[in-house]
Design a binder for this molecule. Structure first.
Ligand SMILES: Cc1ncc(COP(=O)(O)O)c(C=O)c1O
Length: 414
């Protein structure tokens, strides 16, 4: 159904698929080139396999303060002779798709396999209005979470393999290492049922859903303060976006104020929708909130969401554009993730960590993209950003000390 040469069921989510993929393509000490906005499971794959990591930074969609896709030109420039694999996330949490055919071409010219984390795109390719799946766009290994956008139980996912560059023998070996030897029949049955439903009724279900989305996206686009994100052709030409998932409803609240004049953030939107309307967003960032619509959504559900957003929109002050936010500096990498994560490290007071090499991850969850990874030098700007994110009610994860009073940094006598 996905047009892959081989597909395997995963019962521990895309996490298991990404760990297997990382282990299958590179051996300890090898180098991979990965998108900085990769999910933590890719970083964990690098940690477990003692990999050298180089990063591709997504282009920002400045108008929205949202990370866009990975530029093929950046991949072309960054692949080194010793790069063993390239890993990108497409679509992103916000539904931004990278130019996978062009990225695959850059990789294949150098004989390097391309791994695409398509965790959020298991529904891609099921309708002409949806982006095609990376499986049909030249990627060698593609991982998808069925449970995120398809009717399937949590933890269910797929890994697809195509072409000669991915070592299938190693993929099978690591699947049996990272997954349980007693996979749940409930989960496997759920995957089977999901695939059957899609085979038998997929065309009709997706057709109805796309019509529903068209109707409600149009209505939501009329809101003046809570602005539904759309990506213009111009922005697409910068390489920041080769397509978007219409099922991701990204509500930008950048530059909005409530009637008391307080800045209205993505977390405020999430809280209001939860408390007053009993609607749960998928995630909130300082400037926006993300709702995920799937093929199983109903007219009633979309109507409720739309009416709530319209009502909230009417309670906010007119949109006053803000200057572009400063970007966080790229942390300087000093040692491999595995070397730093394994220590020896020492705890220091939060603010005193500035200028030191981190011995643990620091990321905001969701979406689980690290601000600083073990082995990188943390700067005052990163610490201030974390403090600000916490004030806004976002969850900072990674540090062993969950109160964030201390951070683990590499001991200087080492
Ligand atoms: C981009 C991305 N990749 C991978 C994962 C892991 O997926 P799973 O929860 O299916 O293990 C997530 C989870 O949120 C994700 O956002």
């Amino acid at each position: 159904m996905y047009q892959a040469e081989e597909s395997y069921l995963l019962v521990n989510g895309s996490t298991a698929g990404l760990l297997c993929a990382a282990a299958a393509v590179a051996k300890p000490g090898d180098s991979i080139l990965m998108a900085r906005n990769c999910h933590r499971s890719v970083y964990n794959g690098a940690y477990l396999n003692d990999l050298e990591t180089a990063y591709l930074f997504p282009k920002m969609l400045k108008r929205w303060g949202v990370a866009g896709g990975i530029c093929p030109e950046d991949v072309e420039r960054a692949i080194e002779d010793d790069t063993l694999a390239v890993v990108v996330t497409s679509p992103t949490y916000e539904g931004i798709v990278s130019d996978i055919p062009a990225i695959a071409e850059c990789c294949h010219k150098r004989g390097v396999p391309l791994i695409v984390d398509e965790a959020h795109g298991a529904h891609f390719g099921f309708h002409e209005q949806l982006p095609p799946s990376a499986v049909t766009q030249g990627a060698d290994i593609v991982i998808q979470s069925l449970h995120k956008t398809m009717p399937s139980l949590t933890q269910t996912a797929l890994i697809h393999v195509n072409g000669p560059l991915a070592d299938r023998d190693r993929i099978r070996r690591f699947l049996s290492i990272y997954q349980t030897s007693s996979p749940s029949y409930l989960l496997m049955g759920s995957i089977d049922a999901c695939i059957s439903v899609m085979e038998e009724q997929g065309a009709q279900l997706f057709d109805c859903w796309i019509k529903l989305l068209e109707k409600y996206r149009k209505r939501l686009s009329a809101c003046r303060n809570i602005r539904l994100m759309t990506v213009s052709e111009e922005e697409g030409k910068t390489g920041a976006c080769a397509g978007t998932d219409p099922g991701r409803l990204v509500f930008s609240v950048r530059g909005t104020r409530d009637r008391e004049g307080h800045r209205f953030s993505g977390s405020d939107l999430l809280r209001r929708l939860r408390e007053k309307y009993r609607i749960e967003l998928e995630m909130a960032a300082p400037d926006y909130g993300v709702a995920v619509s799937t093929v199983m959504d109903t007219e009633e559900g979309m109507e409720r969401l739309c009416a709530a957003i319209e009502e909230l929109d009417g309670q906010l002050e007119d949109f006053a554009p803000e200057p572009d936010e400063r970007q966080l500096p790229v942390p300087l990498g000093k040692m491999k993730i595995a070397r730093a994560y394994n220590g020896p490290w020492e705890p220091v007071p939060f603010r005193a960590a500035a200028g030191r090499i981190m011995g643990e991850f620091l990321y905001l969850y969701p979406p689980g993209i690290p601000i600083v990874v073990p082995g990188e030098v943390i700067r005052t700007e990163h610490l201030q950003y974390m403090e600000e994110a916490r004030r806004q009610g976002l969850s900072v994860e990674g540090p062993a000390d969950i109160t964030l009073k201390t951070l683990r940094v590499i001991r200087e006598d080492r």
